[in-house]
Design a protein around this ligand. Structure first.
Ligand code: SF4
Length: 511
């Protein structure tokens, strides 16, 4: 074998060595029992036909590559945004390994979370003992200031009651009686990571706010929602609010937790909303969510404390940012400063400079409902057509809202929203009605290879490209970054066409 301690090859080179090529060929010939190549190709081609598309969309009892994750992943993300908070997931260990690896592969940072390691016996007799022992160990080993408990499928299927388990564990002195252990039931077989985010955030707030005596003040709470670009976006959000002179509390701020520096010190916990701030947030005059579909229950809860509430769909692009800033200004009475007006003008200028490149381009977009709405809205702003908009965790009311968005623009005439559909549906859409570009996450690279539609990675999870999340996509500055990302892809596509035979007619330098 060519691998040795002196010459360590990455897999991409290693598996091209003759020994591996031979091994793969042998495996294929001896073990895979594949039909003839022509037959495979014929079937693959048929799955790109209109006939197959109709069958595919008639599918009811099976999801293939859903563009969503399960509830507890969102709960772990929400909990990571609070000061020295450890996520404790009641259920099986493998699930928690998945949340940790998913988040750390995206953010390129360690993600800490523990599980109660339920196995067969706990599945039969209930997981109380696991909770008692697990909380005790987590508290002793990792010195958190708060432990946020959520659940996996297993605990939910057998019906473990978190509230009574946590009371029981405290009675057995796993953690001190006054130690904060908020919880949320996060059954993974309903909803998605956005529901889990909402449930956990509400659970954490309930832990602090229930029975609180309220003394109203002038601060506002901001709920960012589940967001793969949270590191860049939350920092941009804080810059904008500081420029406006607004007093605010971000409820779940993961920007430091998922972006710790390399300076010789391991930070298991970093940054986040302080527990004191989370407690005081009950006194705020308003709670604003930047992602409506991530925060329904949280906003309802805030409303029950007589807080004004407002929600947006991921403030990306010109009009979406305008709306957000105007609402903040209206609630707080603070002016939108000249600096932000200038940033707005620069974004509009950049869009105008590049309109010839992007105008009329068609897009397929998938992701969470708020992101898809925002992306489609921004695309329409510069004259693009978001033809296929798909959200596996989108609902019929979401699709109606998307349709209203399409109807508001002449470029939306041929656009359609697909709620509850998956990436195998998207494959049929791209095969039968191709678009110029596909906007989504790393999972879209297989669609790109299969259908030839170039992929632009702009939403969670992004594993196979690095550090995008460090730059904002919210606000006018963020809009500029999104615009440049789309333009780069458009120019790459033009250059690629220029490399084809006879294409040198447009392989130019001046654009
Ligand atoms: S869907 Fe259920 S089993 Fe799968 S990772 Fe999520 S909680 Fe675990």
């Amino acid at each position: 074998m060519p691998q040795s301690a002196e010459k360590v090859l990455d897999h991409s080179l290693l598996f091209r060595e003759p020994e591996y090529k031979e091994m793969f060929a042998k495996k294929r010939a001896d073990m895979e029992n594949m039909p003839a190549t022509e037959k495979v190709q014929e079937t693959a081609d048929w799955t790109k036909s209109w006939e197959y598309r109709e069958k595919n969309f008639a599918r009811e009892s099976l999801s293939i590559n859903p563009a969503k994750a399960c509830q507890p992943l969102g709960a772990v993300f929400a909990a990571a945004g609070f000061e020295k908070t450890l996520s404790f997931v009641h259920g099986s260990q493998g699930c928690v390994a998945y949340y940790r690896s998913h988040l750390s592969r995206h953010f390129k940072e360690p993600c800490s979370a523990v599980s109660s390691s339920m196995t067969e016996d706990a599945a039969v007799f209930g997981g109380l003992n696991n909770m008692v022992e697990g909380l005790k160990n987590a508290y002793a080993l990792y010195s958190p200031k708060m432990i946020a408990v959520s659940t996996t499928c297993m605990a939910e299927v057998i019906g473990d009651d978190l509230q009574s388990f946590i009371i029981g564990a405290k009675d057995k002195e796993s953690v001190p009686q006054d130690f904060p252990v908020p919880y949320a039931h996060t059954p993974a077989f309903v909803g998605s990571h956005t529901t889990g985010y909402d449930n956990m955030l509400r659970g954490i707030l309930e832990g602090f706010w229930a029975n609180a005596e309220v003394t109203k003040n002038e601060t506002i709470n901001i709920v960012p929602g589940f967001d793969g670009f949270a590191v860049g976006n939350n920092r941009e959000l804080k810059r904008i609010l500081d420029l406006m002179g607004v007093e605010y509390t971000i409820l779940s701020d993961v920007s430091d937790q998922f972006d710790t520096p390399s300076d010789g010190e391991f930070r298991m916990y970093d940054g986040g909303t302080t527990l004191e701030a989370a407690k005081n947030a009950v006194n705020a005059k308003a709670t604003i969510s930047l992602q409506q579909y991530c925060s329904t229950k949280t906003l309802q809860y805030a409303k029950s404390f007589d807080q004004e509430t407002a929600s947006f769909h991921y403030p990306m692009g010109v009009a979406a940012t305008d709306e957000f800033l105007m609402k903040v200004s209206e609630i707080t009475g603070k002016e939108i400063p000249e600096e932000l007006r200038m940033e707005r003008g620069r974004l509009v200028d950049a869009m105008a400079d590049s309109q010839a490149t992007l105008h009329g381009k068609t897009y397929a977009i998938y992701g969470d409902p708020d992101f898809v709405y925002a992306m489609a809205r921004f695309v329409l702003e510069f004259g693009g057509e978001p033809r296929h908009c798909l959200a596996t965790n989108g609902t019929k009311p979401w699709a109606k809202k998307m349709q209203a968005l399409f109807d508001s623009s002449p470029f939306g005439a041929e656009c359609k929203a697909y709620p509850g559909n998956d990436l195998w549906h998207m494959r049929s859409l791209l095969a039968t009605e191709p678009t110029d570009f596909l906007i989504g996450n790393s999972h879209g690279k297989f669609l790109e290879r299969d259908t030839g539609v170039p992929l632009i990675r702009l939403t969670f999870p992004i594993f196979d490209r690095h550090h995008h999340h460090r730059f904002p996509v919210w606000g006018y500055q963020g809009g500029l970054r999104v615009l440049v990302t789309l333009l780069d892809k458009a120019f790459d596509a033009l250059d690629a066409a220029g490399l084809e035979p006879g294409g040198d007619i447009s392989f130019d330098l001046t654009r």
